[in-house]
Every structure is written in C-alpha cells, then in structure tokens.
Design a protein. Structure first.
Length: 298
C-alpha cells in the first residue's frame, strides 16, 4: 500500500483517486470545491486541508487540474507542491495543459530535485469511473516506469511517449482528431436522417465501415442509438463543450508554434465557440449536432 496525495478531485480526479483507494492505497485528496471533496470522500479518499497536507509523506502525488495556469499555481506557488513535498516523492500531472506549461513544470521540478512526468489521459468520465483510461506518459525513463506502477489501477492502457512534454503532445493531437471526428459524425448523422435513413440502420453501417470512429461508437449525438452517449440524457456532460473548446485550442496554439496549418481543427474550434457563446458551454460537446440540424443557429 502506498501513500498517495491527490490534488484536483473534479469529474475525472474524483473517480480516478477512488480507484486507487479500491486498489488498497491510502489517498489524501485536496480540492478547493468542497462538494468535490465530499464526493471523493464517499469513495474512500481522505480529505486534505491543503496542498501541504495532501503531499506530506506521500510516495507519489497526482494532479488533475483544468488548465496550465492552475497546474503552474499548484506546483510553483509559494504554498504549492514543490514547496512542500519531499524530493523523494514522485510527481505525476494528469491534467491536459499547454506544452509550454508542461515544459515549465518539468524544468522547475527537475531544478528542485524532483522526478516529474506528464501523464494526461484519454477515456473521459466513463473511463475514469471504469478504470479503463489510457495514460500517455512523458518524462525520464525510470520515472515513467515508476509512475506506471501507480497508474495501473486507473488504466486500461499505459503508453510511454518519450521525453518531457510528449505525453501532453500525444493528448493534444489525439483530442484534435477526436473533435474533428465528432463534428463529422454529427454532420453524417443529420444528413442520413434527412435522406430518410433509420438512425440505427445508419449507425450499424457506419460502425463497421470506413466512417467508423471512437466518437461514433461512444458519443453518437443522436439519442437512442449508443448507450454511453450524452444525447440520451439531454446532453448532460460526459465531456463539456467548454472543456472541448479548451483542448482543441491547445492543439491550435501548438500548431501555430510549429507552423502547422489546422484548417479543419480551427473550423471545429469555431463551432465549439458558437456553442459556448450560445450558453451551452456546460453541456456535452456532442451537442455540436445542434449546430448541424439548426436547433442552435448562433
């Protein structure tokens, strides 16, 4: 049994830390949101009163935070992880953040004598609950191996990606493809309906043909076809539009830094922005279909 500190107990972090408790680890979790702390406590996570309390005596510290600015504050702040953790503690950031911030965390951690890996995940809230996430882990080889042992109870796949920031790079590129696939799935679904195809028949065809994708099989935006789709539940979020917009924005920023044109990605980001502007940022990102069918015209 290991002592694990966890910072960030939101929709992903709460379930992930709970799975570490199920595996027999002692987990102390901290979050500014008291409701999130209470939900994690119900899963066996011991509430921590501060970052310092969460990291004290920990073998490993995981962070799961919304944006790069939050990760920088948690690690680099005067009352942050680097200020309070023992240098023997392994640091694992599973947030999805910008490459620049990930690089800054690696550099600061190394300078302070810590082992640090960037280990973002794919699989969404359902994968977090089911412990079937894919982890993309970047950093020094031995640190990646050590982190993988702790990651195992939360994951289906653990994939070393290379050196510092490569985990974030893999996540950003993967999500870019996901959201483009989601947009194309929404367009195909609406057109099929208007051409008179039964929704289940069309999905049965596309899911075994060249139009197949993870988005089609898991997030199909037409209700009554795929059990895991938010469309069955009035688009209650499994992955919010606001978060999708943030993630595809990370890819666009990285593309600009590397001189890479993302014409399709930039268009999909504009669609997500339209949803956010129409007040749907808290709804599931598969609500992008409402722009295709004309339900939302903003």
């Amino acid at each position: 049994m290991a002592k694990i500190g966890w910072i960030g107990l939101g929709n992903m972090g709460g379930s992930m830390s709970g799975n570490l408790v199920k595996a027999g680890h002692e987990v102390r979790g901290f979050d500014l949101n008291t409701d999130a702390v209470a939900a994690a406590e119900a899963l066996g996570v011991k509430p921590a009163s501060s970052i310092a309390d969460a990291v004290e005596g920990a073998d490993v510290v995981f962070t799961m935070l919304p944006k790069g600015e939050h990760a920088r504050a948690v690690y680099l702040g005067d009352d942050g992880v680097l200020a309070h953790a023992d240098t023997r503690t392994l640091l694992v950031d599973s947030s999805t953040i910008d490459i620049e911030s990930a690089g800054a965390l690696h550099a600061a951690a190394s300078e302070a004598g810590f082992r640090f890996v960037d280990a973002p995940v794919s699989g969404g809230m359902s994968g977090a609950k089911a412990a079937t996430l894919t982890f993309m882990v970047g950093g020094e080889e031995q640190a990646v191996k050590d982190a993988s042992a702790f990651i195992e109870p939360m994951s289906k796949n653990i994939i070393p990606t290379g050196g510092a920031t490569t985990g974030q790079a893999a996540k950003i590129c993967n999500n870019l493809m996901l959201f483009i696939n989601l947009a194309s799935t929404a367009e195909g679904a609406v057109l099929a309906d208007r051409l008179g195809l039964d929704k289940q028949v069309f999905w049965d065809i596309a899911s075994v043909s060249s139009g197949d994708s993870w988005a089609l099989r898991t997030w199909y935006p037409v209700p009554g076809v795929v059990d895991t789709a938010a469309s069955n539940n009035d688009f209650a979020p499994t992955f919010t539009t606001e978060l999708a917009n943030k993630d595809i924005g990370l890819a666009i920023a990285a593309a600009k830094d590397t001189g890479t044109p993302l014409e399709i990605g930039e268009h999909v980001q504009q669609l997500f922005q339209r949803l956010v502007d129409s007040g749907q940022g808290g709804k599931d990102c598969s609500m992008i279909i409402k722009l295709v069918d004309g339900s939302i015209s903003n």
